[in-house]
Write a new protein. Sequence first.
Length: 138
Amino acid sequence: MFVVAVLSLMIAAGIYAATVPDVIEMLAPYEHTKGPVTFTHKKHVDDYKIACGDCHHDDKGQPLTALKTGDPVKKCFDCHSKPGEIKGKEAKGLSDKDKRAYHANAVHDNCIDCHKKFNKGKDPKPAPQVCKDCHPKG
């Protein structure tokens, strides 16, 4: 019986792993001025060889290095739940962790920092770093 249960879990995990969407529309549950980002999950993992932990992290910001494609993960907004972005005078004096509680700050820091590293020393710079390159007009 135990063997059947373990095999069932393994099969279920395999089915779940096969259902990771190739493209994810990153919708935030609040109103914003720019269109949602369409994130090419498959391209980032397969073509760019980006590890799961390069984007997905724990509550201390440490990469979740043991993740594999198809493992369940939280959505960004589950932890970075303050709507929008904080910047300028409002952000003055806040720690990076406090700023990243805001959804847009966290996502932008994660994506743009990675894109800057990827683009370093390349001309032209292939990874987008400007709002309009990721956000369609909304």
